[in-house]
Ligand binder design. Structure first.
Ligand SMILES: O=P(O)(O)OP(=O)(O)OP(=O)(O)OC[C@H]1O[C@@H](n2cnc3c(O)ncnc32)[C@H](O)[C@@H]1O
Ligand SMILES: [Mg+2]
Length: 209
């Protein structure tokens, strides 16, 4: 399976993801298009039980609509103190129209609740991981390639950093002494769930050639 020669279509409406995919694929000479370039396509209902199911749903629906190979990303944050929530509900954690700020506030309020009113004075609230599932679907062959990546960290009660998107300001990486939002695009790609999934997918694609 081969993506089209110089354009890669990614089935996402998330500007933060688009930025990261553009950064990752530019060195390969690929221009990334997203759902902002195809505004008339219907939304895909993300009702799968897993990140991989949702990624496949997005890639297949958009790939079949366009008749071209499509990459999709379904990702989210799994917090141990919340038994893995928000997980596949990460984008709509604080409600259907929630933005990143709403979701971050909701996360902090849920973790505050778990402290049962007792302030421990600890800025790190729970271990957590970001998960990213990628699906590359080719409607011409019906073949799918998948890859998943994860990165471990802690939720901090002190948001920091203006980079990245989503929950990045609350995701602290002890090894770097920084939140994900304090990393450059380059550094985030080296360690993130998305960067890892992308490297795995690229290896799988190369093995198919
Ligand atoms: O479905 P698309 O259109 O791709 O865009 P989305 O924002 O709805 O994306 P998801 O359904 O995959 O939901 C993932 C949510 O998890 C969060 N998330 C995913 N990757 C992240 C990252 O690298 N850094 C911070 N938060 C991330 C972010 O808030 C997203 O809204
Ligand atoms: Mg989504």
């Amino acid at each position: 399976m081969k993506a089209s020669t110089d354009i890669l279509i990614v089935a996402t409406k998330n500007k933060g993801k688009v930025r990261e995919f553009q950064h990752a694929f530019a060195p390969l000479g690929l221009t990334v298009q997203s759902m902002f370039d195809y505004p008339d396509l219907p939304d895909v209902v993300e009702d799968g039980a897993t990140f991989a199911e949702n990624a496949f749903k997005k890639a297949k629906a958009v790939g079949e609509s366009l008749g071209l190979p499509v990459l999709a990303d379904d990702s989210g944050l799994c917090v141990d103190a919340l038994n893995g929530r928000p997980g596949v509900y990460s984008a709509r954690y604080a409600g259907e129209d929630a933005d990143d700020g709403d979701n971050n506030l909701k996360l902090l309020s849920e973790l505050e609740g778990l402290k049962q009113g007792e302030d421990t004075g600890q800025p790190l609230l729970s271990t957590a991981r970001f998960v990213c599932a990628l699906s590359l679907y080719d409607p011409a062959t019906g073949k799918e390639l998948t890859a998943e990546g994860t990165v471990e960290g802690w939720i901090t009660s002190e948001p920091s950093g203006a980079g990245g998107f989503g929950y990045d300001p609350l995701f602290f990486l002890p090894g770097y002494d920084k939140t994900m939002a304090e990393l450059t695009l380059e550094q985030k790609q080296q360690i993130s769930h998305r960067g890892q999934a992308l490297r795995l997918l690229t290896e799988k694609l190369a093995a198919e050639q």
